[in-house]
Design a protein around this ligand. Sequence first.
Ligand SMILES: O=c1[nH]c(=O)c2[nH]c(=O)[nH]c2[nH]1
Length: 297
Amino acid sequence: MTTVLGQNQYGKAEVRLVRVVRDTPRHSIRDLNVSIALSGELEATHLTGSNAQVLPTDTAKNTVYAFARDRGVGEPEDFAIELAGHFVTSQPTIHRARVRVEEYLWDRIEVTGAAADAPAHSFVRSGTEVRTCEILFDGTAHQAVSGLKELTVLNSTGSEFHGFVEDRYTTLRPATDRILATRVDARWRHAWTGGDDRPDFAASYAAAQRHLLEAFATTHSLSLQQTLYAMGRSVIRNLPGVDEIRLSLPNKHHFLVDLEPFGLENPGEVFHAADRPYGLIEGTVLREGAAQLLPTD
Ligand SMILES: O=c1[nH]c(=O)c2[nH]c(=O)[nH]c2[nH]1
């Protein structure tokens, strides 16, 4: 029996990096988790154990920290593009790099009544949302994907679910007024694949996040599927540089508690927030004519 080596990649996962910019007393920070995956001519190390073509993963980790010092971090996508370019162009046997970044967001702590020029070096983690990006570079073209996850949102009304299929196992009652809550996981692909017209990733992140939230808030929902499509459509319509968005939305069920045993009515006021199982609604929204390139699992 013979075997052959299939797809493979290697690199350093979850390099935790905090970069402080302290050129003035008003510091700023970026808090990242960077994962590098490299692929190319790596048969030898798998087949014979020869490491002559293996740049150590330890070096990949060091490169992240050295680049952070040398050139700063900036937007996660820009940092990832820089790193991916470095590995592919400096290593003759590395033909493809994938750099994933998670960014944990911090707000400045503003102190009431503090002098305007007071040193500002205190931060508080903002919300639960994590900003994400993934850059693929094959030496010629980039695929740039930005995203966010763990953005938890809730509508306390404006959500219905009825008219569904019923078979002998169906017990769900139709709902005309329910809580709709989800933890948004979204990834959107930029049309940009290289060249000078690189997107302003900070601005497009802020805009995408705003359109996701506004669409969630303003859609009267007949299903979470309908809300998903409205959220994705809003990003595609409002961000001309984005061709594709993939959303994964757990339906964080809130069940009305039966208070009748206590002689109490419950007109949509007291709920049990269940954590599992949960419905999981996933889908992609594309600009018409665009290719579907984001993974669907
Ligand atoms: O918005 C929903 N979509 C479903 O497909 C579904 N299924 C279910 O039991 N509840 C819901 N809610």
